[in-house]
Design a protein around this ligand. Structure first.
Ligand code: K1U
Ligand code: ZN
Length: 193
């Protein structure tokens, strides 16, 4: 009798599903709004009190960002219109930043880089941003912090702070590109409906 020991990927996938689905069940993954949802254009209000509700929201947003996967997420994208963002640009995915009520104090220089957005799946384009920013924010303990950032972290902070102002990165692109993106996403939505 010949026993086939070649990996059966269907079986492996089922085993993995059985192992990971209870874990995913306990993770509070939040639904992410998709462009051109008008709720993405709401302007977020400052967080008045940093309490357990805000800490729970930050935790759920972080899980949602890691699961997506993404390097940032703004509360606006999960239909909460308060000034809270989570970011992790590290390769090891172990350097979570939670920025509450962020304010840019200084920005300097310029850089053009490719951006994507969890609210605009499958679309990537070049956007001009400041090269360095200094941002003041409150952390989860309500302490005021100041962070100087450059490179990808600076880009990500600017991208997420745009979300809090109701601006999606595609709005930095030409009107023609925006029209093409809208029709591509509408087509995708029809296919997946
Ligand atoms: O705001 C968002 O929708 C998250 C977005 C942040 C961002 C990406 C690129 C430049 C500026 C800001 C994303 O995370 S899109 C996904 C992404 O870029 C990524 C995902 C996994 C690993 C590395 C990058
Ligand atoms: Zn985005």
């Amino acid at each position: 009798m010949i026993v086939c020991l070649a990996p059966n990927f269907k079986v492996l996938r089922s085993i993995l599903h059985v192992i990971t689905s209870p874990i995913k069940h306990f993770m509070a993954l939040l639904p992410i709004l998709r462009f051109p949802d008008p709720r993405l254009h709401k302007v977020a209000v400052p967080v008045a009190k940093i309490d357990d509700g805000i800490r729970r929201l930050a935790h759920d947003m972080a899980e949602t960002m890691y699961e997506a996967p993404g390097i940032g997420l703004a509360a606006t994208q999960v239909d909460v219109h308060q000034q809270l963002i989570v970011i992790d640009v590290s390769e090891t995915r172990d350097s979570l930043l939670v920025l509450i009520n962020p304010e840019i104090l200084e920005c300097e220089g310029g850089q053009i880089g490719e951006e994507g957005c969890l609210s605009v799946p499958g679309i990537y384009d070049r956007v001009e941003r400041a090269e360095r920013v200094v941002v003041r924010y409150q952390d989860l303990d309500g302490q005021t912090q100041t962070l100087a950032a450059d490179g990808l972290l600076a880009v990500c902070i600017q991208h997420e702070m745009d979300h809090l102002q109701g601006k999606v990165f595609v709005e930095h692109l030409s009107k023609l590109k925006q029209m093409r993106i809208r029709s591509k996403l509408a087509k995708q939505a029809r296919i997946t409906a």
